[in-house]
Ligand binder design. Structure first.
Ligand code: FAD
Ligand code: G3F
Length: 566
């Protein structure tokens, strides 16, 4: 049972309301005044960071999440189910099912082969599409995951630190950043060791280190937020919102609802807008939310409000609250990485090397044991040999982030004819410079399927970024050629814009209201008690996976809120 069952008072009993709301208050609206210190919108890893820190400081925290709690442990990574660890391929369909595209241009064409008796028309808005989205400036694959845990319910867990010169924002000095990254890595559980014992990890790493020996290029373990089980070496526990919340907060959530609870999560609750205090527009009174199961509106009072609803749905809530005019940078300066992808089948010559144990890493013994048990297996790799997880980080000469690994995503399903042990994925992520005109705007009249303003993208690469994407593609194919030949159907491609799911900048941190939305503490300009979190606050171009950096900002935000609460 969630706190939704704590009865709010009927709205008409409250006099005077104390907040500003233009909408007509629907009958049956509940007013919730539970002496909440901090109300967090969004249960992804960033909302969880705020929650963990603030509950630890003794604050009373409530969290709203539009998605459902699907797992008995709130925010658990779905890949921690053994079925997906046995077959990572099948996880592709989970991701596909969870990602909801944010802006789909309206297709005016129905099918030419439709039986002429059937109903057919080019409706104004069909299937949640967006008639105002120009296809050539769309972020076609930009999506949101609406579930308790957010995208971290199925993320890859890659948590590298950004390059200090090429990616890292100058919001804090290097000492402060270093402290923040260490704290963020502890919170999410980043490690570079969990795949190091794998034969394929060692084989791929050594092969590339040798191929680039003259170039001084670094190939190393991809930092991943996960932990290999001590009892069962083939099981990896992937970090998620549940990891960030920690056992104490999860235990609190499992308790029965009561006024004394320090932490509460209301799932299937849509935050529609923030409500300013009646006579003080700098002060937020609370939020207007909708309980999607009952359709009841709830007006929830809180001393501080934090919105961590993802890089597009966070500015959506601010827009819906009428803040687009007072926050001129809202939705602007959007960056999304360019992305290239291919999959290779490992070279015969590399696989044949394994028996000989050329690097004296103890492969011989492992292979012999495997061969003894599985005589018919032509491959030397044990079935539970962990997948390779390697990166060659952003550098001056190669200014892109890379992942040479196995990963499930909504693309890259390996055909059953191929043994997955010989497949390696290559994903390259490019830097894109923030420009004001790259943005997400919101429609006043068109609503998404949750009744919120429809997002529309306007996103174009500069010539310089396009050139760099081309170089990045060439680099990926060169690295691929050292490892093997392309898996048929997975030859090198540029993925559709938005595929990285690393949108940043839409509510960026800065020093003035004209070109940013929040200050260095993640507090919204002109507000006393409204904070934001997410990759949306990252103001710089960034090629590596941005969530770790977003956690750093949330740590700063949580500290500022705690201080403000006194
Ligand atoms: P989210 O995780 O998006 O959570 C926001 C939450 O807010 C959602 O649960 C949403 O339902 C909720 N919400 C939205 N609107 C409302 C509303 N109006 N009311 C109430 N709730 C609302 N990043 C990395 O750094 N490394 C990786 O390896 C990596 N791998 C990824 C792999 C995949 C397949 C995907 C899809 C993403 C990956 N990412 C990765 C991106 C990463 O998951 C996100 O950066 C991260 O989850 C962002 O956290 P967040 O809490 O800001 O937002
Ligand atoms: C991204 O969002 C992640 O950050 C990567 F780590 C992951 O490999 C990729 O999605 C999958 O395309």
């Amino acid at each position: 049972m969630t706190a939704a069952s704590i009865q709010g008072q009927d709205f008409h009993a409250i006099d005077p309301p104390g907040f500003f709301l233009k909408d007509k208050i629907a009958e049956g609206t509940k007013l919730i005044d539970e002496n909440i210190d901090v109300l967090i919108v969004g249960s992804g890893p960033i909302g969880a960071t705020y929650a963990r820190k603030l509950v630890e400081s003794g604050r009373k925290v409530w969290m709203l999440e539009v998605g459902a709690q699907e797992h008995r442990t709130p925010g658990e990574h779905k890949k921690n189910a053994i079925v997906f660890q046995k077959d990572v391929n099948s996880f592709v369909n989970v991701i596909k099912g969870d990602l909801n595209l944010l802006s789909v241009p309206t297709s005016k064409v129905t099918s030419n082969t439709l039986n002429p008796v059937s109903y057919s028309n080019a409706a104004y808005i069909q299937n949640g599409q967006n008639p105002n989205q120009a296809p050539h400036v769309n972020l076609d694959n930009a999506a949101a995951t609406r579930t308790v845990g957010g995208m971290a319910a199925h993320w890859t867990c890659a948590t590298p630190r950004p390059h200090p010169k090429l990616e890292l924002p100058d919001t804090y000095d290097s000492k402060r950043w270093d402290q923040l990254f260490s704290a963020a890595e502890r919170l999410i559980g980043t490690s570079s060791d969990e795949f190091e014992d794998s034969i394929r990890q060692q084989l791929v790493k050594r092969t590339l280190q040798e191929a680039y020996a003259d170039d001084d290029r670094e190939f190393k373990a991809l930092p991943l937020a996960c932990k290999r089980s001590e009892q069962n070496k083939s099981f990896v526990k992937w970090s998620s919102t549940a990891t960030v919340l920690g056992q104490e907060l999860i235990d609190i959530l499992k308790q029965e609802p009561s006024r004394a609870k320090k932490f509460e999560l209301l799932d299937e609750h849509l935050c529609e807008k923030i409500l300013p205090v009646n006579d003080d527009p700098k002060q937020v009174w609370g939020v207007k939310a909708q309980d999607l199961r009952t359709g009841t509106d709830k007006l929830i009072k809180a001393k501080q409000v934090v919105i961590c609803a993802g890089a597009v749905l966070t500015p959506q809530i601010l827009f819906n609250s009428g803040l687009d005019e007072s926050l001129p940078a809202l939705g602007k300066w959007l960056t999304e990485q360019t992305m290239t992808f291919c999959q290779i089948v490992l070279k015969k010559s590399l696989i044949e090397k394994v028996d000989k144990d050329p690097y004296h890493l103890g492969w011989k013994k492992i292979v012999e044991a495997h061969r003894k048990q599985f005589k018919a297996d032509p491959l030397p790799f044990p079935f539970d040999d962990p997948d390779p997880q390697i990166t060659t980080p952003v550098s001056d000469k190669y200014p892109w982030h890379t992942q040479i690994h196995r990963d499930a995503f909504s693309y890259g399903l390996v055909p059953p004819a191929f043994d997955q042990r010989v497949i390696v994925d290559l994903r390259w992520f490019g830097l894109v410079k923030p420009v004001e005109s790259n943005c997400v705007t919101f429609e006043h009249k068109i609503k998404d399927m949750y009744g919120m303003p429809q997002p529309t993208f306007n996103y174009e690469l500069s010539d310089e970024d396009a050139e760099q994407a081309n170089e990045m593609m060439n680099d990926m194919t060169t690295v691929a050629s050292k490892l093997g030949g392309y898996l048929p159907g997975a030859e090198p491609v540029f993925l559709p814009p938005g595929a990285a799911l690393h949108i940043c900048g839409t509510t960026r941190v800065g020093t003035s209201k004209t070109d940013s939305v929040v200050d260095e503490n993640c507090k919204v300009w002109d507000f006393n008690n409204l904070y934001l979190g997410g990759c949306n606050v990252i103001p710089t171009r960034i090629a590596c996976n941005p969530t770790l950096t977003a956690i750093c900002y949330a740590l700063v935000g949580a500290e500022a809120i705690d201080k403000a609460l006194g």
